[in-house]
Design a protein around this ligand. Sequence first.
Ligand code: SAH
Length: 397
Amino acid sequence: MPSKPAASSSPVVKISRRGAQRLQEGHVWVYRSDIVTATGVAPGAAVGVTDERGKFLGTALYSSSSQIAIRMISSHSVNDLHSLLRERIHAAISYREKVVGDSDAYRVIFSEGDFLPGLIVDRYNDLLSLQILTQAMDADPVRRVVVSELSQRMKPASIADRVDPRIRELEQLAARPSGLIQGDKTCTVITMNGVKFYYEVLAGQKTGAFLDQRENYAAAARYAHGEALDVFCYQGGFALHLAQSCSKVTGVDSSRPALEVADRNAALNGREIEWVEANAFDLLRDYADTGHRYDTIVLDPPAFAKSKSNLETALRGYKELNLRALKMLRPGGILVTCCCSYHVSPAQYLDVVRVSARDVHRNLRLVEARTQARDHPILLNVPETEYLRCFIAYVTC
Ligand code: SAH
């Protein structure tokens, strides 16, 4: 469709050739270094975007402080931002109706992945959790539209605002604590793949649970057998799934509060799981040296590479974990190895696993190369939307 000029009322941001090129390639971000002029544009404004010669490129949300100055929301002019937001929220909800089965907990809105940059919404049974990442999404009228649309369509008991203080600082937004926006219920029980978990909307890491692993939990359970070790178990996501088919399961994490919830989750499902509070690196070294052996090992560490600059250190960390796990797996054993660093590509991570196996003289048969669950949609033109790697492999000898 031919592009129409920006609505006359929208402020205009002019971007460089390099920025325009990036948009032509289908990306939706323009970095600050590619902004030519943004005179008088208010923080968080919806703006028309043009190239240096004034050609209209689309409509974006502007941030006055982030390195990502512009996030595109349309290649057309947008006269009614609020209707567009409502339409996109509706589309995001409808998409989940198609791709999510067997779970009352999933990501409802995944920022760029749902063409709603800066907005993350998770559903945990009857609770919704909102995370706002940009100035534009934090604007009061926008928040009101988001909350009213979610509330009408999903009818949650409560909606909570989960605040990441670091993000608010980066976006130069006033500090604000996490809290309930609507309703007063804060705790619930979610059920995914038939496994139950307690959920508290104002506690825990990220928005509370690692929903992106939901499909990988089910996949891991299909191969898991014998004695299992879930390393970096948090509240027991993998461990509780492994318990469906394993004779014994041990979960390891350095966070005591996480393990306390894990233990309550085990009781909720009538499972007996051994929880060990330890530094995973120390424990794996100890266990490998003292002859512990397993049939199933899951590695799901936090992101070691938060930026490109510490990639080498991160890769060393991932290699050490994989080496130790592979040493402890019996022949016929199964390794489920995950990496949630966007900066480590799937090929790079697979290489870490391959070299680790070679170094400990194990042969691996890759059975599944997986990524994040489908409620975290991946836009091919926005590679940053794909960040989770999960490989499942048999130790053949
Ligand atoms: N597998 C989990 C998510 C893991 S998130 C799930 O599916 O829910 C990463 C976890 O690693 C967090 O629970 C954090 O407490 C833990 N962690 C971070 N560093 C650690 C370390 N050095 N040793 C053990 N656990 C660690």
